[in-house]
Structures are given as C-alpha cells and as structure tokens.
Write a protein that binds this ligand. Sequence first.
Ligand code: ZN
Length: 289
Amino acid sequence: MQKKIWKPCIIALLSYSLLLCGCISDKPPSPESDSIAIEPPYLPSTETSPLTSETLPNIPVEQPQSWDVSDVSLSDVDPSRKLISFTFDDAPSRTLENILAVFATFNDENPKCKASATIFANGNRFDHTTPLLLSTAYSMGFELGNHTYAHRDLTTLNEMELLEEIQKTDRLLSNIDGKSQHLLRAPFGKTNELVKNIAPVPLIDWTIDTLDWTGISADDIYHAVYDNRFSGAIVLMHDGYKNSVEAVKRLLPDLKEDGYQVVSVSMLAKAHNCVLERGKIYIRARKRA
Ligand SMILES: [Zn+2]
C-alpha cells in the first residue's frame, strides 16, 4: 500500500517549486565520549524576560523521563544487521522529495533491508507542500524530528522562548504523525543547562558530521560516512543539498553490502536497547545487552 502512495506523491511533489529560503547549517557537534549521552560545556543564557505574553506556551508540569518507543515498529529491522541512523536537518527544503525518492527506489529493490531516517524539521520552513511531503516520508517509515521553529541559537533564549520554539514545531508535526512530542535536535548543536532542563524530550546530536552544507562533493560526503561507519552511529546530513542526495544514493547499497541497515534514531535506540532520557544529549546508540 505504501508503494502505491508514495510514488505518485513523490512524482507530484517533484513538480512543485518549493519557495523556501536557503539552508541554515549546523556546526560540528560537541566531542564524543564513550557513553552515549554527553554533557557539553555549559553555555549560560544571557537573556531573561517577564512571563507576561498572552501566547505563553504550555509549561510541561510533569514529563516522562524516558523517550517512549513503544509505538516504534521494528518489523522492518533485520536483527542480524549492523544499524546506522541517518538524519536530515533543516527540512523541509528543496531536496527532500529527491531524498525520499532515493530511499523509495532502494526500498523497492531491497524489501528485506528497508532504509529510513529521521527528518529534523523547522516549523518556519513549512509551506503548502509540506504536509504531503512529510506525510509521504512518515508513511515510508521515516521519523519526524523537531529542529525548532526558527532555527535560533537556543542558548540565547529564555524559558518561554525555548518552549515556543519547541512546541510550535511539535504542533505542526503532530498534524502529520499524530505524535505530541518529537526528538529534538538543537540548531547548530548548541545547548546549555536551561535547554536541557526545558527540553521535554532527548536531544539528538550526531557521531558523523558530513559537513555537507559546506559545499563539499558527493564523493566527500560519501566517504565521511562510509569511512567512519560503525553500528550505532548517528549521521548528520542536511536537506537542501543535491550532493547529499547523490551521496545517499551510493551509501544505501554500499552500507547494505557491508551488513548495515539504515534506520531512524528511534528505531536505532529501540533495536539497540538504548533508553533515551529527556534533557540528555545523545550522539550515538551502541547495542546494549
Ligand atoms: Zn540546522
């Protein structure tokens, strides 16, 4: 059924001209550690503001501590394979339909090694084409993640601004996947104690930064991933760059040939028995007993 849905969707979407602004890129993440959760240097927020707005976001009273993966299906995950997670930031942008088409073609040819990814979206990039585009991705098994509303440096925001940045995009994504919360990727990977305290969900950084936003070649993006691959890694790429699309086209079959399956972050965490906790930052999810 999915096959019948996504093909016409993608073809239709290819005809759209997405009137979206240029991509904002992330800088390299905090350094790795041996644990899957890391604590980056504290970056104090410089702003405070009175809580007087009429549009006050909802302040979470009580948040579950662990990311709920009970509805994450592993039916397409081959337990004998190594797993690696692809993530695409700054979505939706001008290449998302091409990214989906690459995955769809691969999945058609490899029904026992279906690939998916997590798409981290910015609410202010949504336009009239977005619901169909992201619905198509979701129906293909992709996970929708929150990259905030306006891609601001979260370390410069106060509590109310942080909640607004997170909740506005959660609501937009909820209209598509029905979920009230989504994994959060901070723009530029920049966080501080306040962000971690406010975030209602785990924060997802990355292991492998492709630096695709710098204009490097598809071959360089390919090698950034392939040469540094390991089971449990999280790969950072961006929507909006045709070289990333070309690299993914080569990576999916080559990773499969090397015994990997490409999955979303929540699939990776669940399959590897990694519990993701709210307010903590994760750069990988190695397999745990
Ligand atoms: Zn970004």
